[in-house]
Design a binder for this molecule. Sequence first.
Ligand SMILES: Nc1ncnc2c1ncn2[C@@H]1O[C@H](COP(=O)(O)OP(=O)(O)OP(=O)(O)O)[C@@H](O)[C@H]1O
Length: 549
Amino acid sequence: MDQLKPSSGNSTPLTPLDFLERASVIYGDCPSIIYNNTTQTWSQTNQRCLRLASSIASLGIQSGQVVSVVAPNIPAMYELHFAIPMAGSVLNTINLRLDARTISVILQHSESKLVFVDDQSSSVVLEALSLFPGNFKKPDLVLITDDGKSLKSNFLEFCRTYEEMVENGDQEFDWIRPKSEFDPFTLNYTSGTTSAPKGVVHCHRSAYIMAIDSLVEWSVPKQPVYLWTLPMFHANGWSFTWGMAVVGGANVCLRKFDANLVYSLIDKHKITHMCGAPVVLNMLCNSPDEKRLSHPVSILAAGAPPPAAVLHRTESLGFNVTHGYGLTETGGLSVCCTWKQKWNKFPASERARLKARQGVRTNTLVKVDVLDSETGESVKKDGLTLGEIVLRGGCVMLGYLKDPEATSKCLKDGWFYTGDVGVMHPDGYVEIKDRSKDVIISGGENLSSIEVESVLYMHPGVIEAAVVARPDEFWGETPCAFVSLKDHVKGKVEEKEIVEFCKAKLPKYMVPKTVVFKEELPKTSTGKIQKFVLRDMAKAMGASRVSRL
Ligand SMILES: Nc1ncnc2c1ncn2[C@@H]1O[C@H](COP(=O)(O)OP(=O)(O)OP(=O)(O)O)[C@@H](O)[C@H]1O
């Protein structure tokens, strides 16, 4: 046995880039990308990616250097998920809704050498470059346009167009394989929901594991029709960018989420699968075009806690919801509320309550646990005792770029510390109760803002709700609810009604003591409610004086 060692025949580094050529063999004449009135096949996508990769490599960018993309979910964004790493570069997709200052910080921090820019983002990127210090070398720019036309005089800062790079490239290009499967593959900056964005680096191996694992967990069959409602810049579309090549799916691209458009694309292309943060589910449920689907659509919801009431409403429209949990640091879905057949016989509200739990580890995650913050021991499996959720497995990032301190803070003792506070249920399913920064401490009692929100979402007039701490002279903090209402009840539902509604469903100390109505709640570009903004608003109201709960 001891003589049997890895050899070149059995130890090629794992990389998701190998999925593409295989897809072109099996699904060569099947649709790979559908956008407006154009359709590409897997054979064309493979050729275009090879050409692009050869053009990128010919620019003299060294292996391991960063190449960025600022683009929505258009075909170029999809192709660059393969082409950039095939040229040996590290793929950095940038959230296109960021402001010029943040984009500038990201481009400088990553020392990006080349940026592919959608023409609708050209002014923000040019402004970002204008903020570079004089001595800092700026990256070259490539312009992406929907019509593939050549540069006009107002795009002088761009060295070439995307389509020129495809046309001038070599489709026989021998793409650059990683030397090790641990070589850096992607760089994604976190959403910045709780702090300044951090540069998460994943290797080829973790992206490979994540792509395959997510398909298995979500039971994605061969040749699905996948609608890109989840931004590809958000953790590389939770790795379904590469995953769709594994199963030869048709990637239906769209520039911007719009509920009406989504409903019409579902009908037109017979969409089978889509992903989104709970805000997407909420928009589908509150759209004027909301209707029962003519065929079932599987939707994977993750990124923020989906209130049970929203899950229930979405399923009643004919969507089949799977609930998963993950972080940019795990490249996508790492824990999933894996459904059991026996739960199907429960009433809908009970099914939604079970589904709102984050769940169990996916197959390639080695372990998930909830640890007591003081002792570091596993908490009781009672669904009540709070602790920090920790993960271990091959999908966990290599670390944060140029930030050893933040890396060692969350990667230690054989765990990745998520910063999420949760409980372990007796059946081994994990449930998030809050992000550690969002926990409200009222009279020394830890209070889960998510639990209060889930009750607010049950109110028939509520579209969105978020609960944060408001300082209180007596209790330290009390829950303060920010709520947006459906049009037909605006001005009719008052604070008292919301408070009474919560009183009937929550222990007294959890009932919001303040309710603020807002037209819309502030969100990050990935659709998460910005609780730090609401917390600042609650603080600015001054301390409440609730003497008795
Ligand atoms: N299913 C889910 N239920 C509850 N929360 C979730 C779920 N999925 C993801 N999250 C939340 O999203 C977080 C991961 O989000 P992401 O990596 O996009 O960046 P961010 O954490 O929002 O940004 P930042 O780290 O800068 O604050 C998790 O830590 C968790 O708090």
